[in-house]
Design a protein around this ligand. Sequence first.
Ligand code: TPP
Ligand code: MG
Length: 902
Amino acid sequence: MQAKAQLEQQINAEIQAPSQTADTDPQETAEWLEAWDQILDEGNQQRITYLLNRLTERARFAGMNIPARFNTPYCNTIPVETEAPYPGDLEIERRIKSIIRWNAMAMVVQQNKKDPGIGGHIATYASIATLMEVGFNHFFRTTIGDEPGDFIYFQGHASPGIYSRAYLEGRLTLKHLENFRHELRGEPTLSSYPHPWLMPDFWRFPTVSMGLASLNAIYQARFMRYLENRGLIAPTDRKVWAFLGDGEMDEPESMGSLTLASREKLDNLIFVINCNLQRLDGPVRGNGKIVQELEAAFRGAGWNVIKVLWGRGWDPIFARDKTGILLRRMEECVDGEYQSFRAKDGRFLREKFFGKYPELAQLVADMSDEELWLLRRGGHDSIKVYNAYKRAFEHKDQPTVILAKTIKGYGLGPSGGEGRNLAHQSKKLDETDLVNMTDRFELPISDEDAKAAKFYVPPQNSPEIIYLQERRQTLGGSYLLREEKSDILDTPPLDFFKEQLAGSEGREVSTTMAFVRILTNLLKEKNVGKRVVPIIPDEARTFGMESLFRQVGIYASQGQLYEPHDADMFLYYKESKDGQILEEGITEAGSMCSFTAAGTAYSNYRIEMIPFFIFYSMFGFQRVGDFIWAFADSRGKGFLCGATAGRTTLNGEGLQHQDGHSLVLSSTVPTCASYDPAFAYEVAVIIQDGMRRMYQEMEDLFYYITLYNENYAQPPMPEGAEEGILKGIYKLKAGNGKAKVHLWGSGPMINEALRAQQMLAEQYKVHADVWSVTSYNELRRDALRAERWNRLHPAEEEQKPYITEVMEKTEGPIIASTDYMKIVPDQLAPWLGGLLVSLGTDGFGRSENREHLRRHFEINAESIVAATLSRLAREGKFNAKKAVQALADLGVETEGIDPAIA
Ligand SMILES: Cc1ncc(C[n+]2csc(CCOP(=O)(O)OP(=O)(O)O)c2C)c(N)n1
Ligand SMILES: [Mg+2]
C-alpha cells in the first residue's frame, strides 16, 4: 500500500512540523485516523478526496484559517505500484545515451581545445540526457500520419546533446560535430544554439534567450487549437513539449501566462522542467526548494503537476520506512544541502543526509557507501521519466508540467563541475575525469582516445544504431526538426485596394482607419481571407476595430457561454469557437507569441497564415523586442502594425505612450522591413506587395508599419508612385518653380511639409519640392547594399543606391521632418553630401496637443520653414538677418531648452 504509506508519511511530516500544534487528544486522533484508514483500505481514493474537501470547506465556512495547500510531499507523484512497465530495452538505451553524452561533451571539449574561448555547454545536457532520450526513443513523433509530428522547444544551451543525437540518427555528419560554433569556414557546421535562421532545416524554435520558450510554447499549443477549431488543420494528438531550466523559470515570461494554458485546457502542452537545482552562478533556491515552489505555482495556476524526484533505487528504502523518517528528512533539506550531498561522495551522503537521525541511518545500514552514491534522482531514471511522460501524454483537459530533479553536470566528474556551482561554465574536463567518464558509462573508448576527448563512432550495424533507427521508425523517422513546406497563396492584386488608392474624397480619415478598412476587406477576400489572423492586445476599440468582432468573431475555445450585454447591438462582442480574431487581453508578449505561432505556421503546420498584430506602437519593439528578434530568427512572416504611432501625433498621452523611436529599434532586425506611411494608398501598396513577397514569392521577411490616428483628407495615389513607395521615397508635390530646397515628410509630418512648402513659396519666395519618405530604413539598406558592392568591386562601374538615383539631379538642401527621432532620416546622411537637415522628436514626450507638441519638438511647418531659411542663410543663399527676422516672425523659440533633453 504505497499510496497509504505516502499519505501517512505526509500526515506524520505535517504533524511533526514545528509550525503545527501538538496533539492534545491522542485518543481522539487515533479514532479519526482509524475511520480514515478504513476508507483508505477500501481503496476509495475519490471518497478520501471528497471527505477532505468537505471538511476543509466546513472549516473555512466556520471562519477558520485553513491555509491553501498546493504542495504534495517531496516525493514522486506517481506511486511505484501504479507504474507502467518500461516498453524499451533499458540496457541498450543506456548505451545509446552514453554515446550521446560522450559525443556532446567531446564536441565542446574539442572545440575549446582548438579555439579557447569559443564556449559551449556540457553540464546542462549532462543533466537532461535521460529526459531527452526517453522522449526520443518513445514519444517524440516526426510525423502523425501525414501531418507534422510533435513540436519540441529544447533547452537552448543543451544543444550539443541534440546535435549528438542527430549525428547518431544520421541527420548530421562528423564534420558537423567538428565544426560546432565554427560557422564561417565554408564547411558543414553547427550553430551555438537553436537558430532556425542559421539552420533552417534543423531548428524549429529559437529558445536560448531564457523565458522565450515557455511563453511561445503556451501560445503555440493554443494556436494549434485555434487552427483545429477553425477547421484549417486536422485535429491530432500532437503535443507541444517545452524543456525548460529551473533557473529559467525566474524569467517573468516563463510563468507569466500559465493560467492561459489551464483556462484553455491545453492538454496538448507538456512542460518538462529540468530541476538540477542550479543556474549559472549557483543554486536556484539554495535556501528553499525550487521543485516545491514551482509545484505550488503550477498547481495554483491549474496545471497537472508530476514530480519525478527519486530514482527507483529509493523505492525499497521508502518501502522499508514505516515511520516516514525518510520523507521527513527529504522535506526538511533545502536545495543548497541537496547540492552539497551530491558534490562529494557516498560517505558524505551517509553522514550528512542519512546520519542526521539514527533511525534513518539504520534504514540504509545494509547499503555500502557506493550503493548510496548510486541512488539516483528521478530525472536520471528512465522508468520514472517514462511513466511521467506517459501520464502527461494521456492526461486530459489540463496542461502538464513535469518537475524532474536532476544533477547539473551528471557524470562529468569534478573537473566537469558535476553538481557544483562551476558546472555551467565548465568547458574542459581533465584527463582523469575523461577516463572515469568512459568507465562510468561503460563506453568502449581507449584511455588514450578518452584523454583526447575523441568522438565515439559506433558502427552502422551496431545493436545501438539498429535499435535507435528502429525506435525512430516507429515514431515517423529521424526526428525532423524543421521544414519549409507549405502552400502558396494567391495574394490579391493592387486593384483589390482601389478604395484606398482612390483617396477619401476630402473625408478626413487616419491611416489607422484606412488600415482597418484594408483588414476588413482582406478578411472577406476569397484566397487569403481565411488565413488572416488579426491579433490585438485589448486595444481594438482604440484603433476603431470593433466592427471586426461581429464580422469574424473573437476566438474562444469554449464558444460564448453567456449572452453578451450588447447582444442587441449590431456590433456586439461576439466570441465563438471558430472566431478569427485573437483578442489577447493586455499582453503584448503573449500577442507576439501568437504572432510567432501564426507567422511560422507555414513551416510548423505547412499552411500559410497571415498575422496582423496591431498594437500600441510604444509597447511593441520597446516592450517585446526580444520576442521580435526571436520571431525573425524563426523566419517568421506577417505584419506588425504599430498604431498610435508618432511622438506628437499621439497627443495628450505623454512620456510613456508617445513613440518616437520604434523605427530605430525596428531597423535593428535584419528581416524586418519598416515603413512609415503618410497616406492610405501607401499603406495599401505596402501591404499588397508585402503579401506578394511573403506568401507568393516565399521570402522570409516581415513588416513593421506605423499607423497614425490623425485624421486628414487622403489623396488619391499619384500615377506611378508604387515603386517609390516600396523603395522608400517618391516626389509627392513639386513646387511652382525650380526647387532650391526639398522637404521630406513621413507619416502625418507630410502635412507639415506641405504647409511649409506653401509658406516658403508665398512668404519667402523659396521654391521647394515635397517628397514622401515611406521608409528610411529600406532606403538605407538599399544604399548599404550598393555601397558594399562598390567597395568589393573597385574596377567595375558603380552601382547607384536608389536614394542617389532619385536625388542626384536635384539641387539644394533637404529638410526632413519626422515624428520619429532624427536618427531615422540621418540614416541616409552618407549619401546626401551634407545636404540633409533632420527634424525629429528626440527627447521625452509630453501631455499636450499636437500643435504644441510639434512646436516643442521643432517639427511643425514653422520649424521646417525656419530650418530651411537658416540653412540657406548658412549657404549664403538667403540673407542671414532676414532669416533671423523670419525665425522671430514664425514664432520659433531660439533660446529655449533643447527638447532632446527636456
Ligand atoms: C534572457 C537570458 N538571460 C541570461 C541568459 C544567460 N544564461 C544562459 S543559461 C543560464 C543559466 C540557466 O540556468 P537553468 O535555466 O537552470 O538551466 P540549466 O543549465 O541549469 O539546466 C543563463 C543565465 C540567457 N541565455 N538568456
Ligand atoms: Mg538549472
